[in-house]
Each structure stands twice: as C-alpha cells, then as structure tokens.
Design a protein around this ligand. Structure first.
Ligand code: NDP
Length: 242
C-alpha cells in the first residue's frame, strides 16, 4: 500500500516532475503551490491526487491542506519541501523586500512543512522529509547573497533536524541541484544579475540539467529502505564548472 506523498512547489519545474514520477508509481499525492490552475492541469493526468492553493509561508493554510489529504489517504510518509524562489541581485541595490520574500519562502516554508508532518512521523517511527536545497547552499555565487543565505539555512536546518530525529527512524534528506531549466529565473527583477547569469551559462556551453533527472534522484532516494538515509545528493550538469 503506497503512502501519501506531499510535494510543495508542484506547479512547475522540479516539483511537477517529482509529482509525475511518483504518480506513475501509484502514490497518492497532495500537490501544493499558489497557482491552482497549474496544479489542476498537472493533476488531470493522475488518479489519486489532491491539489490545493497554498502559500508555504502560511502555516495554517499549509497545515489545513495536509490534514485534509491525510484524512483521505492516510498519514504523510514523504514530504518534499521543494517550493522556493531565487531573486538575484547584489546587496547594495537589491530590495530588502526581495530578501524577506526569499527567506520566508525558502526557510520558513521548509520549517513550516517540517513541523506539520514531523510529529506524526516520529510517532509512527517512519517517514521522510526531503528538502530541495541548492549548490548555493554549499558554496557562494555572485549576485546570490540572500539566496545563498536561504539555502545555507536549508542545509543547516536539515542536518539539525536529521540529528534530532535519527533515533525516531525519520529520514531527513537533501538534494542540492545545480542550474536547471525551470521557471526559477522568471522572477528575477535585476537585469544585470540576469545578464551575468546568462553569461555564466553561455561560458559553459549552456546548461542542461533536466528537471526529470532531479525527480529520478528524489525517487531513488525515497525508494531506499527506511533504515537507509541518503542524506544529501549534489546533482548538476556535467558541464557546470562551479
Ligand atoms: P520553479 O520556479 O519552476 O518552481 C518553484 C515552485 O515553487 C513553483 O511551483 C512555485 O509555485 C512554488 N512556490 C514559490 N513560492 C511559493 C510559495 N510562497 N508557496 C508555495 N509555493 C511556492 O523553480 P524550480 O523548480 O527550479 O525550483 C524548485 C526548487 O529548486 C526551489 O527551492 C529552488 O530554489 C531549487 N533549485 C532550483 C535550481 C534551478 O536552477 N532551477 C537549482 C537549485 C535549486 P507557485 O508559483 O504556483 O506558488
């Protein structure tokens, strides 16, 4: 019997691909994101699925969606904290509002999701929380200061929570991807940061990390027996030199 998988940021990019791979393997899904229509379009191809328009920074909204799905499908066995935002810019020019939005989404969103499912997992001594970090959670990149801060935060909180819950047999995992073709860059407001990013990609002959490969990685990690925790995977296009 396949258990409930909850995926945040399922309306595009990595999250949508992760949803497809779990749906194809027969998992009941709860797909979350703010754009309900995109979630509904994706879910139209799946059999056991609920969708909800949820902002991960809103704890009450997030929790209510998870509890509704659990009432229908049973407890969450995998939460993929994937929702995230990258707003590039240098610190001397970037709007503090952009820092706040990123830190709220990328860090608070992960903490919110974690608390919402963690107590149940601890009680059952079974479950997995997989946090989508970034190579920018391990090393610095110019124009990425606040994003790097948020993703270093994800690395720090993930490892801490893993240590705290190891004795309860709950797995905390992390995936740290390199640059991939998703909607991530579409929110960047700084033209110069975008130009720099594009020049970096061009200097490597263009980057081709396919979100499907990230989804395959997530599935592989989850499919390991519960007593095995692949704590972290770094995955990037071979041609990415940073
Ligand atoms: P996309 O922009 O394609 O997807 C981001 C997803 O997050 C969307 O589904 C979006 O849905 C959702 N989201 C954003 N803010 C919120 C919010 N406040 N509440 C709920 N959902 C939200 O980008 P990616 O697929 O690339 O990003 C997924 C994750 O991967 C992010 O955490 C990102 O930092 C990370 N990452 C991406 C890399 C890349 O190069 N693409 C590299 C390394 C890491 P909606 O707008 O509908 O709310």
């Amino acid at each position: 019997m396949k258990q409930l998988v909850v995926i945040t940021g399922a309306s595009s990019g990595f999250g949508a691909e992760i949803a497809k791979i779990f749906a194809a393997d027969g998992y009941p899904l709860l797909l979350l994101g703010r754009r309900l229509e995109k979630l509904q379009q994706l879910a139209a191809n799946f059999s056991e699925v609920m969708v909800a328009s949820v902002d991960v920074t809103d704890y009450t909204q997030f929790e209510s969606a998870v509890r509704k799905a659990e009432a229908k499908y049973g407890p969450t066995d995998l939460l993929v904290n994937n929702a995230g935002l990258m707003l590039l810019g240098n610190v001397q020019n970037q709007s503090p509002t952009e820092w706040q939005t990123m830190l709220n989404t990328n860090v608070m969103g992960v903490l919110n999701g974690t608390q919402i499912v963690l107590n149940g997992m601890r009680q059952r001594e079974h479950g997995t929380i997989l946090n989508m970090s970034s190579l920018a959670g391990k090393k610095t990149f110019v124009n990425h200061a606040a994003y790097v801060a948020s993703k270093f935060g994800v690395h720090g909180l993930s490892e801490t929570i893993r240590e705290e819950n190891a004795s309860k047999n709950v797995r905390i995992m992390m995936v740290a991807p390199g640059a991939a073709e998703t909607e991530l860059l579409t929110h960047v407001t700084s033209k110069s940061a975008l130009t720099d990013y594009q020049a970096w990609k061009d200097s490597m002959g263009g980057l081709t990390l396919d979100p499907k490969q990230v989804a395959r990685t997530v599935k592989f990690m989850y499919d390991m027996p519960q007593e095995v925790n692949i704590r972290e995977v770094d995955i990037a296009a071979t041609r990415q030199d940073a």
